[in-house]
Design a protein around this ligand. Sequence first.
Ligand code: FEO
Ligand code: CA
Ligand code: CA
Ligand code: CA
Length: 717
Amino acid sequence: MSQHDTPADDTDFSRVLDARLSRRSLLKGSLAMAAASYVGAGSLLLSPAGDAQAAMRKLKLNFTAVPKGLDDAVRVPRGYTATVLMATGDPIAPDIPDYANDGSDDAASFSRRAGDHHDGMQYFGLDRRNQWDRNAAARGLLCVNHEAITAAFLHPTGQTIVDGKRVSEDEVMKEMLAHGVSVVEVVRDGRRWKVQKDSRFNRRITTFTDMEISGPAARSPLLVTKYSQTGTRTRGTLANCANGHTPWGTYLTCEENWAGFFRRSSSDDAKRSPKELAAFKRYGVGGKGKELWATVQPDTADNRFGRWDAGVRGTSADGSDDYRHAANTYGWVVEIDPFDPDSTPKKRTALGRFAHEGAWPGPVVAGQPLVWYMGCDARGEYIYKYVSKAVWNAADAGRGMAAGDKYLNDGRLYVARFNADGSGDWVELQFGANGIVRENPAYAFANQADVLIHARLAADAAGATKMDRPEWGAVNPRNGEVYMTLTYNPNRDIEQVDAANPRSYTDARAGKQGKGNVNGHIIRWAEEGGLASATRFQWDVFLFAARESAERDNINLSALTADNDFSSPDGLWFAQSGLLWIETDDNAYADTSNCMLLAAIPGKVGDGASRDIVNRSGDTEKRVTTPVGTPATESTLRRFLVGPVDCEITGLAESPDGRALFVNIQHPGETTTGKDFDIARPATYQSHWPAGGMARPRSATIVITRDDGGPVGADIA
Ligand code: FEO
Ligand code: CA
Ligand code: CA
Ligand code: CA
């Protein structure tokens, strides 16, 4: 019997429970120790872990549920106000004119304007001396990712493409500058927040920003390009999805869907090694290149456009005269020091190369290694963990990129295996171990740099668990437990369900049928002994997303109701209070509601029961037993916000006093570009948010405050 075929056996289950209970008593002692030394933006422990249960009970949702809806507006609870802080194209320097939002804005000005498709973000408090202050709640630096673009709205009449080629250099320049990251100073004036346009910290990081490649893969022959013949630098960051941060006060931006931007055809297959071809296939490098940036002719002397062509164009043997290896310089976690606008960002290769959603820090404990949790967002991909070799020394707080060199360049990379009995293993991605060897049939690994550059292939060899699209992770500041969204997976057919990805079903959205894990779920785990660096863990499923009307035995297993049902969890984020925010990026429930934000008061791993889930497809039936958290109730999970048409709700940050919540509304009106769309007829745009009327829609960071100035989402009694 495979491990995916666990019978519903009471004996087996009580053994699992026993193991958990004994583990839990172990947990208590070490967490009390951890509690004393927790530091770091967004990971402040409010109460000693021994009191975690009691403190959790004191958290009380302080709003009335927002109903589902399809309006082109942001809806928040009564007593709350949401205002736009920074929308696509907004100037971040005093000499840049306001955004015209009709496509006429100067392309080059985007190096001093907010980019498009706001995603992950982080708030760093600023004190009077312009130093990092974790408690500064009225002034801070906000780092915001700009993951992608809705090109139709950036140009006067959309992208100009002739014979499959981009013909306007200006348009392509604007697009390349609209990706990346914004660092902006934000200040509170009364209850209003604004971007301080003349701040010396304001900075755009784009696909043009010079970056250093650091860590074990730097200098690998696989990273040699015409831009850096030593394989130590690259130009730009791209597809900046979610994020993370460090306890020394730097920002981590994560490169997710970068692979599609590179142009590469099979016409040079004969010039590529079998390993290269295997890697291109595994990572999805191939095709014309999203946005067709490589097609602009003639190219510039510095290969602004040609660098997106991953074909063998030069005559060198090592790739030092072209961009055949350019795709290998993307797919990393990138560290940025927001406090030093002149600093060079660094791609941290020790954390592996894949479709990085984000990098979420584990508990920060003096004398212990630092840990970041990461997901690879694609169907059937993996969950990873990085554990630093150096142990945390609080004197490194505020040391910027030098601290990054210490903690992020040398460590162990692991991938998760979720076992059917509720236990889990972190399997190390180390050259020479766990099947990651020269003799591996799918890919002959050469060394550790090869393993890190091809972490997906290494994880395949190590036998990791294929998950239902890992999106965001979040670490509970009260007990160190880790939560991760698995957004959905139409490829999970009933033959492939396993304990950690246990649902495969059919769900009818108006005019569309969804199959597989249609609505997604949120998994969570507790590390053995409460140590983030442990190699074993216990897990359960915190919540299963579903429409409220879905049957409760096998689909709506978390007993969701009209006030808290949701689909496709994506963003996930813990407030310092211990309140968990859940954001959706959904298509399956779009007949009923736009995307949303929910607030949850989490329990802990093992607080629910084991469930026997029956999946059915035609005459076939497949049973799986899965540990499931206690079902949601009206007091533990509630819808807080519903966004405008066709948006994704993503990115979260709070002011350190918990009284301002920053949220990103990404790509309202995204599907506008469907067959009925006509840029000349604004009535055909799906959304006009935020300006309303007939305006082009824009992505934006919004700020949510309570009208009485109290904490957002939950009160602590
Ligand atoms: Fe960029 Fe996985 O969302
Ligand atoms: Ca996401
Ligand atoms: Ca998503
Ligand atoms: Ca999106």
